[in-house]
Design a protein around this ligand. Structure first.
Ligand SMILES: *Cc1c(COP(=O)(O)O)cnc(C)c1O
Length: 365
């Protein structure tokens, strides 16, 4: 008799619950930080032609040289810095964790943070340490510095802006953390398109700093393309773990084309930012809700104690609106929901349904 899976699979993997993606067919989907806008018809036709002409019988360019050149230009990657591409930035996090996963090595981040930091640390047999933010979701720098001194983390991940809270941490405080870190510090700028801040121009000033970006939140989540920029000394090593054809030929070609038309994506991001302010304002006008400041394409809010986030989440879902329930994800997120900024009519519908629910629950209480 062969062993059963639970005799073979590592105990920490058996203990994990899989990353859950709820079914969303026919729903107003405001749970996953996607750009709600589609591409204009001319551009879609151009992509269709391009995809049709792509030699899918051949392996893609393993170095993706043309795409990298386009990204370098579009994102303003400083001279002297290398780029590594990933199948989404999730894959880049995985490559980094695999590379640093010596026995006992620590991956450190803040809490609450992007859940994949913790999950991928576990995949790669790293020890995960999460340092709680202040209750207003600002960085607890003293606690971070103490954790750095105590655990000597091989790598620190900080999302800037942070997910799921939406805020930008203080850049000076982050720089103190980078200077104190014995290992790599990766600033994850997944929401850069919606924030007016970046560590790109600081890459040259800190030898241990790496910067991660993705095209997902900008409107290309389905293509799966992320990138890491940093000093060649680091990227040369990480490149060894990248599977040779991790970015498919269709993704390479379409991403390159869309970068030539990035004004379209940037206009969509600008529209999302306008809609974000209006939505934050309208949310904060509702009775019994605390809205947190955001520099991303989503808004975190907390319901007061009369309302249960889980119940509001379920009732929104029954009415065809999908948001993210964060109650229970971390003590600091008690009774919190996260909503992605959608198209204006989706947001209006969400706000109207939410208001009705709050009034209804209030009346029952
Ligand atoms: C969405 C997200 C990512 C992952 O994006 P990919 O689609 O894998 O490129 C990375 N970091 C943060 C903080 C995110 O919110």
């Amino acid at each position: 008799m062969p062993f059963s899976p639970d005799q073979i699979i590592r105990p920490e993997i058996l203990a994990l619950s899989a990353y859950h993606v709820p079914p969303a067919r026919g729903m107003i989907k405001l749970d996953a930080m996607e750009n709600p806008y589609t591409l204009p018809p001319e551009l879609r036709d151009e992509i269709a032609r391009l995809a049709g002409d792509t030699p899918v019988n051949r392996y893609p360019d393993p170095d993706a040289a043309a795409l990298k050149a386009a990204l370098r230009e579009a994102l303003g990657i400083p001279d002297g810095m290398d780029i590594m591409l990933g199948n989404g930035s999730d894959e880049i996090i995985q490559i980094i964790a695999l590379a640093c996963g010596k026995p006992g090595a620590v991956l450190l981040s803040v809490e609450p943070a992007f859940v994949m930091f913790r999950m991928i640390a576990t995949f790669a047999s790293m020890n995960y340490v999460g340092v709680p933010l202040h209750p207003d979701f600002s960085l607890d720098t003293e606690a971070m510095l103490a954790a750095i001194a105590r655990y000597q983390p091989a790598v620190i991940f900080i999302a800037y802006p942070n997910n799921p809270t939406g805020n930008l941490f203080d850049a000076v405080e982050i720089s103190r953390i980078i200077d104190a870190a014995p290992g790599m510090v990766v600033i994850d700028e997944a929401y850069h398109a919606f924030a007016d801040a970046s560590f790109m121009d600081k890459l040259a000033h800190h030898p241990n700093l790496l910067l991660m970006r993705t095209l997902s939140k900008l409107g290309l989540a389905g293509l799966r393309l992320g990138l890491l920029a940093g000093k060649p000394e680091w990227l040369r090593q990480l490149e060894k773990l990248r599977l040779p054809y991790n970015v498919g030929i269709v993704t390479q070609r379409i991403a390159e084309k869309l970068l030539q038309h990035r004004d379209v994506l940037l206009q969509q991001a600008a529209a999302i930012k306008v809609e974000r302010s209006s939505m934050s304002r309208r949310l904060s006008e509702l009775e019994g809700i605390e809205v947190f400041p955001t520099d991303a394409n989503f808004i975190l809010f907390r319901l007061n104690q009369d309302h249960k986030a889980g119940q509001v989440f379920q009732e929104l879902k029954q009415r065809g609106i999908l948001v993210k329930n964060l109650d229970g994800a971390h003590p600091l997120l008690k009774n919190c929901l996260r909503v992605t900024v959608g198209m204006p009519d989706e947001n209006t519908q969400f706000l109207a349904v939410l208001q009705t629910l709050l009034v209804k629950i209030e009346a029952k209480a």
